[in-house]
Design a protein around this ligand. Structure first.
Ligand code: XMP
Length: 486
């Protein structure tokens, strides 16, 4: 029914319009506050603060850093299927007790082939050891960083460089036994061999130590880091999903600006029908009706946020959206009845907003701006007048990526042409250090916010949080005032 009376139009609030009301608190130290949140009903993140699946925010480096810290990276989709698969594989391989398919080169290869292999497979610089195998995959030797350090001649056969006297073990060895064997032989790599001498895997000391160095890391049952990856709703989306599932992705993200659409619902149904065991996060939406429709179509997590993002111009360009605090609150209320967690996406400028998002009932949050400035985000560091910056591009901005994509399709992309209207901006933002620095400062603020709310964990926060609405004067009072900040 069309609305005819302005009093029928509901008020919607953003994070800055409200404050959490302080409550009697059982918390003695903020270290005791547990912020773990559910990404899906089965995936719990010790640090439920996720970098946005945007081109200038999350690729493999960010995904690895965040999974190690207890979160998860969601690889963006603004690249070819092969590239996205590579990012997923890089995360799945980086930290695992047993590397099931160690990088191997044939015993006919030369030194120059190592660089070619690294480039072809998009390997991280830190990958530096390769097994040398014969034509039936029997192990002949191993080439490590150490072996390569002094070698210059690109034509030198790897069999002349490799170490061939090797300590090996059976694939049944456990972590403790492997650690003992490697320590007693002072070795860093332990190839695992089947009875016939073929390669069954590789254990590295670095992986064993790393698993103790990051006790909060988000891992799958095989000890590999968790990673998610995005797909769209048109064109190659099913082909992309299939390749990502094959690559071992732990969660797929259906990424569309208007998630309450037939396109998103049909995509979700198709993906869930084909891969019922793969969890699917879908968004973005801003209403209870949307949550209901997506829940009924099989969503495992719903991403909420239409227009709150710092690089978004959707609300200005198309006039649609819902202020984020209200959107999260209303979506959470509906999601509860379906047992689905809500992800609050966008508009988190500081730890206070993050605390409010969790208090409104979100289980996880997504941040673009805050992580785009990190050393692990894609893109170069820019130094200007002695200050450091990184690029931050809205996914719907006329970004280099989209221009590149259009070029690859043999056409020029111009705003307003081809039905394309930008709903985001490109910008530079201050360099913020490592992802760990950003996480630490957010986690500190969120834990304190939860302590003010009287909550020891997110479940208690969701039950206990109360809010007040504030006026412009209240907001002014909240910020430093009547002084000059130095
Ligand atoms: P923050 O505030 O953390 O928000 O920078 C990140 C979220 O913003 C969304 N996003 C966009 N929304 N146009 C939009 O309307 C865009 O170009 C755009 N790019 C990103 C997205 O949900 C992201 O996670």
């Amino acid at each position: 029914m069309p609305i005819t009376n302005t009093s029928d139009i509901p008020l919607a609030l953003s994070y800055d319009d409200v404050l959490i009301v302080p409550n009697r608190s059982p918390v003695k130290s903020r270290k005791d506050v547990d912020i773990s949140g559910r990404l899906t009903k089965d995936i719990i993140l010790k640090v439920p603060i996720i970098p946005a699946n945007m081109a200038s925010v999350c690729e493999k480096e960010m995904a690895i850093a965040m999974a190690r810290l207890g979160s998860i990276g969601l690889i963006h989709r603004f690249m070819t299927i092969e590239e996205e698969v590579e990012h997923v594989q890089a995360v799945k391989r980086i930290e695992q007790f047993v590397i099931e398919e160690p990088y191997s080169l044939p015993d006919t290869a030369k030194l120059k082939h190592i660089e070619e292999f690294k480039q072809k497979h998009g390997l991280l610089e830190e990958v530096g050891s390769f097994l040398i195998v014969d034509s039936s995959r029997k192990l002949r030797g191993i080439v490590t960083h150490r072996d390569l350090q002094l070698e210059q001649d690109p034509e030198k056969p790897l069999t002349k460089i490799m170490t061939s006297k090797l300590v090996t073990a059976s694939p049944e060895i456990n972590m403790e036994e492997a650690m003992k064997l490697m320590t007693s032989h002072k070795i860093e790599k332990l190839p695992l061999l089947n009875d016939d001498g073929t390669v069954a895997g590789l254990i590295t000391m670095r992986d064993i130590l790393q698993s103790t160095q990051f006790p909060d890391a988000s891992k799958d049952k095989q000890g590999k880091l968790l990673v998610g990856a995005s797909i769209g709703v048109m064109g190659d989306y099913l082909e992309r999903a299939e390749a990502l599932v094959k690559a071992g992705v732990d969660i797929l993200v259906i990424d569309i600006a208007h998630g309450h659409s037939d396109l998103a619902i049909n995509t979700l149904r198709a993906v869930k029908q084909k891969w019922p065991a793969i969890p699917v996060m879908v968004g973005n939406v801003a209403t209870a009706e949307a949550v209901k429709d997506l829940a009924m179509a099989g969503a495992d997590c719903i991403k909420v946020g239409v227009g709150p993002g710092s690089a978004c111009t959707t609300r200005i360009v198309v006039g649609a959206g819902v202020p984020q605090f209200t959107a999260v609150l209303e979506c959470v209320a509906e999601a509860k009845s379906h047992g689905i967690p809500i992800n609050a996406d966008g508009g988190i400028e500081n730890s206070g907003n993050a605390a409010k998002a969790f208090a409104a009932g979100a289980d996880t949050i997504l941040c673009g701006n805050l992580f785009a400035g990190c050393e692990e985000s894609p893109g170069k560091l820019i130094t200007k007048h002695g200050k450091r910056f990184k690029l931050y591009r809205g996914s719907a901005s006329i970004s280099n990526n989209m221009i590149r994509k259009a070029r690859a399709e043999g056409r020029k992309l111009e705003e307003g042409v081809d039905g394309y209207t930008a709903e985001g901006v490109e910008s530079v933002i201050p360099f913020r250090g490592s992802a760990q620095d950003v996480v630490n400062s957010l986690v500190g603020g969120i834990r304190s916010g939860m302590s003010y709310a009287g909550a020891r964990n997110l479940k208690e926060l969701h039950e206990k949080a109360r809010f007040v609405r504030i006026t412009d004067k209240g907001l002014k009072e909240s910020h430093p005032h009547d002084l000059t900040v130095i």
